[in-house]
Design a protein around this ligand. Structure first.
Ligand SMILES: C[S@@+](CC[C@H](N)C(=O)[O-])C[C@H]1O[C@@H](n2cnc3c(N)ncnc32)[C@H](O)[C@@H]1O
Length: 498
């Protein structure tokens, strides 16, 4: 397969891109359907081309971490370079689009310190860009009523309301979020009222987003909600109540919620446009016998019979842009964590085999472990409580250090899984068994991670194709609207009925 540029301007081109992805990734199911926790128990490295592993085991971490971004080294075997660069050519490009060129009528409101209170720089960047895009599309389809689905604490809703004078309904499953959104909006409102009074426009007419608490589980449910009393004030600023055009939006609406939004856009006559940025693909439903599942949704992908599975959807959530800028130390730490987790899985398989069928998760122990690593480096050997004895003949201090950290990691893992530690757990033995293979966990992880952006592309193209399959009545595009270094999950699906 040559490294070509793909397009998704039409349904035919999108389907061609999707097929190219599926054709390329199929022989590599051993990467995308696996999970790094099983690295040792399933001897995952054995499925990978030996030449690739032999080459990468000697590579510095800064080269490994560039693999998911498609960066290769001349000295690598050509088949390895081809694998990485082909994946890169199949992934949707993430450079931020020139939004003013794309949406010539776009006006960007610069956000003041009152409305951005509580937002971190990432959120501020996202809200500033997305609000401008939503404002522009709303103007295009002549609506001033926005439904913010999965509104969280209402940052987007409030900016659309106060800065773009749009009428907004903020829907979220969490009543806590609804309360926070409302209270925050009331505080911000005072600032805007005072500003209007000063500018002699009077303090009236500042409206706040309406909050609705509802776990939206289907497009039917959303449509019913919009037509119910919870939604009946939605057209308050509309000159006529005959029709009430709506724009649906959602910033990082998790799992199926983004898909529900697209279905509601097609099913409800009132919804004229949608601006959706998804996330948490791991939460997508993917049952083969459910026509309304979250993946796949297009007829094109359904007809291929592809099933991704949980591990691949997890992988699709990972971000190459984040690793690209990672410090070497942090990357090494990331690999160490995977090594500990894989060795812990080996321990579970020996002492608690019955737990493995439930895919045990022990959460992120990264921060604690990192602190312990730093302390142990500062204090010399951390042999405290570790049954691994220093090897005085070879002076393998580092082995002891890591082994004691593994013991701590495992004890904490057992505790989190509510498992009583048997007296005979041989932490040192497990670690000794794992250690010879751990130098290839970094290469394995990096190669597998290179599939992440392509899997995400596949999920996004499926959504785009779903809209394109409607024919000329819908215009749909996929655009990276954020700077990927600030916010890597940056692709917006923008669609309008025409
Ligand atoms: C990742 S957060 C994004 C929040 C907000 N849009 C932002 O970017 O700041 C996703 C939000 O969606 C809400 N959510 C998830 N599933 C939902 C559902 N089925 N119906 C309504 N809200 C949902 C969650 O409660 C959460 O607040």
């Amino acid at each position: 397969m040559e490294n070509r540029k793909y397009s998704c301007a039409t349904a035919t081109e999108t389907l061609e891109w999707i097929r190219a992805i599926i054709q390329f990734i199929k022989p590599y199911t051993f990467f995308w359907q696996s999970h790094v926790v099983n690295f040792l128990t399933h001897r995952l490295w054995e499925a990978v081309d030996e030449e690739w592993i032999d080459c990468l085991r000697n590579e510095p971490v800064e080269c490994l971490i560039q693999i998911p971004s498609g960066i290769v080294q001349d000295r690598w075997p050509s088949s390895l370079k081809k694998f990485i660069t082909t994946l890169s050519s199949l992934a949707f490009p993430r450079e931020q689009a020139d939004l003013k060129k794309l949406l010539p009528n776009m006006q960007v409101a610069l956000l003041n310190n009152v409305i951005t209170q509580g937002m971190n720089p990432k959120k501020r960047h996202e809200i500033e860009a997305l609000a401008a895009v939503v404002g522009s599309v709303a103007r295009d389809v002549e609506t001033n009523t926005i439904i913010d689905l999965g509104a969280g604490q209402g940052y987007l809703s409030q900016v659309l309301s106060f800065e773009y004078q749009l009428s907004v309904i903020a829907i979220d499953a969490s009543s806590h979020h609804g309360r926070v959104t409302h209270e925050r909006a009331e505080r911000i409102k005072k600032h805007y009222e005072a500003k209007m009074r000063k500018s002699s426009l009077g303090g009236k007419g500042v409206t706040i987003p309406r909050t609705v608490t509802c776990r939206v589980l289907s497009s039917d449910m959303l449509t019913t909600l919009l037509n119910s009393k919870d939604g009946d004030e939605r057209c308050q600023n509309q000159s006529t109540n005959d029709t009430c055009p709506l724009l649906l939006t959602g910033l990082h609406a998790c799992g199926d919620l983004s898909v529900t939004m697209l279905r509601a856009f097609l099913e409800s006559e009132e919804v004229k446009a949608v601006v959706s940025i998804g996330c948490c693909y791991n939460l997508l439903s993917e049952e083969e016998d459910n026509a309304l599942c979250g993946f796949p949704i297009s007829s094109g992908v359904k007809s291929t019979g592809l099933h991704l599975g949980r591990n691949s959807r997890d992988l699709a959530c990972q971000s190459a842009d984040r690793w690209k800028v990672m410090e070497n130390d942090a990357s090494l730490h990331n690999f160490e964590l995977h090594a500990f987790r894989a060795a812990f899985q080996l321990l579970l398989s020996r002492y608690f085999p019955e737990t493995l069928s439930g895919s045990p998760t022990i959460g992120r122990q990264g921060k604690t472990l990192r602190r312990q690593q730093q302390n142990s480096r500062m204090n010399g050997l951390a042999t405290n409580g570790c049954s691994c004895k220093p090897d005085s003949t070879s002076g393998k201090d580092e082995h002891v250090d890591t082994c004691s950290l593994f013991e701590k990691f495992s004890k904490s893992g057992l505790h989190r899984l509510n498992l009583n530690q048997p007296h005979d757990v041989d932490f040192a033995g497990i670690w000794k068994e794992a250690e010879p293979f751990l130098e290839v966990i970094g290469p394995y992880w990096s190669l597998r991670a290179a599939l992440g952006p392509v899997l995400e592309t596949l999920i996004l193209l499926d959504r785009l194709l779903f809209l394109q399959e409607q024919g000329d009545s819908v215009e749909a595009i996929m655009v990276p609207i954020f700077n990927p270094n600030i916010s890597p999950r940056n692709v917006a699906l923008i669609a309008k009925k025409i």
